[in-house]
Design a protein around this ligand. Structure first.
Ligand code: ARG
Ligand code: GLU
Length: 706
């Protein structure tokens, strides 16, 4: 009898407790975790991390460009993030003559720092739990539409209050599937200038071959500077702006780390789905990821061939190629990890136990089955959705036609001259990085897959009649490229020379393709998906609440949603499979082992070879070499790129930039044994700035500590 109670308890606790190191915690609630953090070695207080009355570490962190994280490392607005986060900016300043991607860029004086149109950084001013206010007026028995309507009205009021009389902006975000609401108040700067970037052969060393993998040797960083008006407030770009004086910036520790040291990552993870139903996970690992991987493989092969053949094409497609390849590779690791961890079955077991527990609780009974049921009917629509974005809208000529069409509609209230100028700009931007033969070949490859894999009932009539008319998908694509004005810069510019009007392109073949496919999607697919999603969000709201009630001993954390989070763990190697153990750090020796002038991804700059040969490491030398990257068990996600990695004293020891391949399922299911985030050792950054870039003046600005 006693034994069975013990076993029950053990089983209960093994599911009840968040596994060590898992979790992305809200900064304003970090006091709930601080005891555990301090037990693990952390030396600061909750107020050091997040405080709204005086400067705290959150004031040194920005959401960079909407998708990455960056942090301040000098009293003069100097900011560090990843090379891949600044990649678009570095590329946009590059040309064949001034190839900053290839050769790197270093501003040797302030006036050489390069402004970046469209780039913004946001500081979190404060965050507040506003659940009560948001739900005031909401009752349990009202319809979902009524509920959403009240939430919308309350949100608008809260945002207005938060931004009245200041220059901030605010967003209301739902957490735990709408069981909790927070308002986030931000201060946004728009004059952010490029200060420095190593050559890609350092900043993207290992390229897409090493991406998502350990051991790693990528010097993935770039430097920017935030500029402000004379009053230190955000101001649009002006040459009179001055470097921003931050409330707080990070001190940089040069003492490095040892295995098992405490470490913390503070940044903006984008999206995780930890509480998903088993059927949704099964769709991701068994259907969605494999199909999307296949479609992207086709595109990547074509891009690779053409980029190898021409330096010009390589520059043009560098950024596009990296982003197509990045998700492509992650999906592969993710699907494998989900399967290896037996996630679907484990979730099913949990769902069964939850169902039993909840069978007598009217608020939750049947929730799990209803979720399964919705996923069953939703699956064909999700599948079409995947193909719509990966095989239809991913074709550049089609997306371009679409963007011109929306611009014309958006501009319809502007004067014809202004509208024409805006549209010309779109045209210039599109063709700056465009290579027709890549687009055309990819389009052909993708459309074959679309025809083959999408059931006829889910294909637009337009497409079926085009097939009859032209005979094959290949010929449809030929027809579009032969006749559409969107295929060449000259033809589109000559069309819009005398102004634009909303229906001037309706008979254009690329526009027609865009319009028919998107019309079909918007009328036949999207309403169904919206409908399923509304029902899902309702069910997940109670499933989430139920899980919290069922597992009272577990500390739940909300899924990532691009809001600021703290995650902590330990510097640690790992064993990805039998007989293999990976050390927790890599060094310059590994770069030299990989160095190969014949292989694009591994061809390092001659300067680095020379420094290595002469061993002129100066004060950056550690045990006869230079540390490069390290891994730790921090639970991170996309968006954490560029995040500060801190030691127990809260000093900067690294820049987060990736996860290990075997652990990429951590957006869905986290395993402390093999989920590792990859960080750039800050000492490698200092070494590169000093010895390779010769930009020691930037180090002078920083505050180095032991
Ligand atoms: N995997 C990292 C992330 O998700 C780095 C991506 C950029 N690097 C690359 N080789 N594509 O963003
Ligand atoms: N490289 C990712 C990013 O751009 C971070 C790695 C991850 O997804 O963990 O945010």
């Amino acid at each position: 009898m006693k034994r069975s109670i013990l076993i029950t308890l053990l089983v209960f606790f093994s599911f009840a407790v968040v596994k060590a190191d898992e979790g992305m915690w809200l900064p304003s609630l970090i006091k709930e975790r601080i005891g555990d953090m301090r037990n693990n070695g952390f030396k600061l207080t909750a107020k050091d991390l997040y405080d709204i009355n005086s400067a705290s570490l959150k004031d040194a962190i920005v959401h960079f460009g909407g998708g990455c994280t960056g942090e301040l490392i000098s009293p003069e607005g100097l900011l560090i993030t990843n090379h891949h986060c600044g990649f678009g900016q570095i590329q946009s300043h590059s040309s064949i003559e001034n190839d900053y991607l290839k050769d790197g860029f270093w501003a040797m004086s302030r006036d050489a720092e390069l402004p970046n149109r469209g780039l913004t950084v946001r500081f979190l001013v404060r965050m507040d739990d506003i659940t009560k206010k948001i739900l005031s007026g909401v009752s349990n028995n009202m319809s979902e539409t009524d509920r959403q309507e009240i939430i919308k009205v309350n949100s608008a009021k809260i945002i207005e209050e938060a931004t009245k009389g200041n220059h901030f902006d605010a967003r209301v975000e739902a957490l735990y599937y709408g069981n909790q609401y927070f308002v986030f108040v931000y201060e946004t700067f728009t004059d952010v200038r490029l200060v420095g970037a190593p050559p890609s052969s350092i900043g993207k060393f290992g390229g897409d071959t090493d991406n998502w993998m350990w051991p790693r040797h990528t010097g993935d960083f770039s430097l920017f500077r935030i500029y402000a008006g004379k009053d230190n407030k955000p101001a649009p770009y002006s040459k009179d702006n001055v470097p921003y004086k931050p409330k707080k910036y990070f001190s940089i520790s040069t003492s490095g780390t040892n295995e098992n040291d405490f470490t913390l990552v503070y940044g903006f993870p984008g999206r995780t789905q930890q509480y998903l139903h088993s059927e949704a996970v099964k769709y991701i690992s068994d259907i969605s990821n494999p199909h999307k991987i296949k479609l992207r493989s086709l595109r990547l092969d074509i891009q690779g061939e053409e980029m190898d053949a021409s330096q010009e094409v390589r520059i043009k497609y560098a950024s596009k190629n990296a982003s197509v390849a990045n998700a492509w590779k992650k999906w592969q690791g993710e699907a494998k990890g989900i399967i290896k961890m037996n996630t679907v079955n484990k979730k099913r077991e949990f769902e069964n136990r939850f169902s039993q527990w909840s069978s007598s609780k009217s608020a939750y009974s049947g929730v799990v089955d209803s979720l399964a049921n919705i996923y069953k009917y939703m699956e064909p629509y999700s599948f079409v959705n995947d193909y719509h974005s990966e095989a239809i809208n991913s074709n550049e000529i089609i997306r371009f036609a679409g963007s011109i069409q929306s611009a014309i509609l958006r501009n319809s209230k502007m004067s014809p001259e202004v509208s024409a100028r805006n549209i010309k700009e779109l045209v210039e931007r599109h063709f700056k990085d465009y290579h027709e033969s890549i687009d055309k070949r990819s389009f052909k490859a993708l459309l074959v897959q679309y025809e083959k894999n999408i059931p006829k009932d889910f294909q637009p009539e337009y497409f079926k009649s085009m097939l009859v008319k032209y005979g094959s998908t290949e010929k449809i694509v030929d027809h579009i490229f032969n006749t559409s004005a969107f295929a060449s810069k000259e033809s589109i510019l000559s069309k819009i020379e005398n102004g634009v009007s909303p229906d001037m392109f309706t008979n254009d073949s690329a526009m027609e393709f865009y319009l028919y496919f998107n019309d079909f999607f918007n009328k036949k697919i999207k309403p169904e998906l919206d409908n399923f999603n509304t029902r899902l969000s309702l069910l997940y709201r109670s499933y989430m609440k139920g899980q919290m009630e069922y597992n009272k001993a577990r500390s739940f954390y909300p899924d990532a949603n691009s809001t600021l989070r703290i995650t902590y763990g330990k510097v640690k190697g790992y064993s990805p499979s039998d007989a293999i153990y990976y050390k927790h750090y890599s060094t310059l020796e590994g770069i030299m082992e990989k160095d190969n002038p014949e292989i694009y991804d591994y061809d390092i700059p001659q300067k680095l070879r020379d420094v290595y040969k002469s061993k002129d490491y100066g004060r950056w030398e550690v045990n006869g070499t230079i540390p490069v990257c390290f891994v730790a068990s921090n639970h991170t996600s996309g968006g954490n790129s560029g995040s500060p990695v801190l030691n127990a004293d809260g000093n900067l020891i690294g820049i987060n930039f990736d996860r290990v391949w075997e652990g990429t399922m951590s957006d869905i299911v986290y395993d402390p044994e093999i989920c590792r985030n990859i960080s750039l050792d800050i000492r490698y950054v200092l070494f590169i700035i000093d010895k390779i870039a010769g930009a020691g003046h930037l180090i002078e600005e920083m505050k180095l500590v032991q």
